[in-house]
Unconditional design. Structure first.
Length: 354
């Protein structure tokens, strides 16, 4: 399940409060001051400005407190508790704010105002209704913002999935890989029939796995490594001593899950971006730490080609895919001499429950 971000104080909240403050201040003064509100220009201006300042500060504090409560109770099951806390705290604060405002009125001589319990109660009821309305409105705005974020994440995930299918298709019909493989096979047939038979068997395993990529959303690390070993066998026939590969994976991590062709993407990235020579072989190490992370390290000896940007884009796609399925972040550490990619491993049951 996609994970939401912490709630923030949105511009819509500010807009709602800005629209409500002036008319509410006007109505509040009418309820409490009644005819005295229009007695003189000085009373009208003073009461209006004072109430605007106090109510504006109060609404801003309410908005901040609403955000804090929404972050404290983010779950769908907490909606009732969230609204109860909001409304209860707002109603309590309302009485204090009104008492403060009307006390300030009493301190201004020319307003000629004395505290009145009945008017205070009506003012409190009015502010209480506004508080309840704002509580539900803030919650509605929050839900709308979350819906927009989830919609965007869903669209990104759909684009990521479609791109993943395109990558899988591109790898299956990659003319360079197929041509190089057939060239190597042709050479082996002339030189060593037995080795050619082994090569053909590994080639069939590679393409069988690629074809299955459309069916499986996730595969076990053991399955992915078996595919990688078959692919490495083909590459070893072509590059020989130009590549050095070591795989050291903890047995407990073999049943963990990984998106299919993830390791092939990293392998393609390493071969496409670096020079492969016998006197300076491309060194690749794959290992795990416990059952939670897999590491892919390759030496760096850059060659400048048009494919480099494309394969970096493919790597970005893998990073975004992990981010969107909510299974942790892929971390990439690159120095002038090496690149290390840390890939999270997970269980399908854990993934589906989130």
């Amino acid at each position: 399940m996609m994970k939401g971000l912490p709630v923030s104080y949105s511009s819509k909240d500010y807009y709602v409060m800005a629209v409500l403050v002036l008319p509410f201040s006007f109505v509040l003064n009418l309820i409490y001051l009644r005819g005295s509100y229009f007695h003189t220009e000085g009373v009208f201006v003073t009461a209006t400005l004072l109430s605007l300042i106090v109510i504006s500060i109060y609404f801003m504090i309410c908005g901040w407190w609403a955000v804090e409560i929404r972050n404290r109770f983010p779950g769908e099951e907490d909606v009732g508790k969230k609204l109860l806390f909001m409304i209860g705290s707002f109603l309590l604060a309302s009485s204090l704010v009104l008492r403060l405002l009307f006390t300030l009125y009493e301190k201004i001589p020319f307003v000629n105002f004395r505290f009145d319990d009945d008017r205070f109660i009506w003012s409190y009821v009015c502010l209480g209704f506004v508080n309840i309305f704002l509580s539900f409105l803030f919650e509605g705005i929050s839900r709308y913002e979350e819906w927009k974020v989830n919609l965007e994440q869903t669209q990104q995930l759909k684009r990521s999935f479609e791109h993943s299918q395109l990558l899988g298709l591109k790898r299956r019909v990659n003319p360079h890989f197929l041509f190089n493989s057939l060239t190597s096979l042709s050479t082996l047939i002339e030189e060593d029939d037995k080795e050619a038979e082994i090569f053909l068997d590994q080639l069939s395993k590679v393409y069988r796995y690629m074809l299955r990529n459309d069916v499986d959303e996730f595969v076990t690390l053991q399955t992915e490594i078996q595919f990688l070993k078959a692919l490495l066998h083909l590459l070893n026939v072509r590059f020989g001593e130009g590549m050095k590969v070591s795989i050291n994976v903890d047995p407990e991590s073999l049943e963990k899950q990984i998106p299919p062709l993830s390791l092939q993407l990293l392998l393609d990235n390493a071969f496409s971006q670096n020079i492969v020579r016998k006197n300076n072989p491309l060194q690749i190490e794959i290992w795990s730490e416990g059952a939670d992370f897999l590491f892919f390290k390759n030496s760096v000896n850059r060659r400048l080609t048009d494919e480099e940007a494309e394969h970096d884009f493919d790597l970005d796609h893998l990073v975004n895919k992990y981010r969107l399925i909510g299974r942790g972040e892929i971390e990439i550490l690159e120095t002038p001499s090496q690149r290390v990619v840390r890939i999270p491993l997970f269980n399908v049951v854990e993934h589906s429950s989130q």
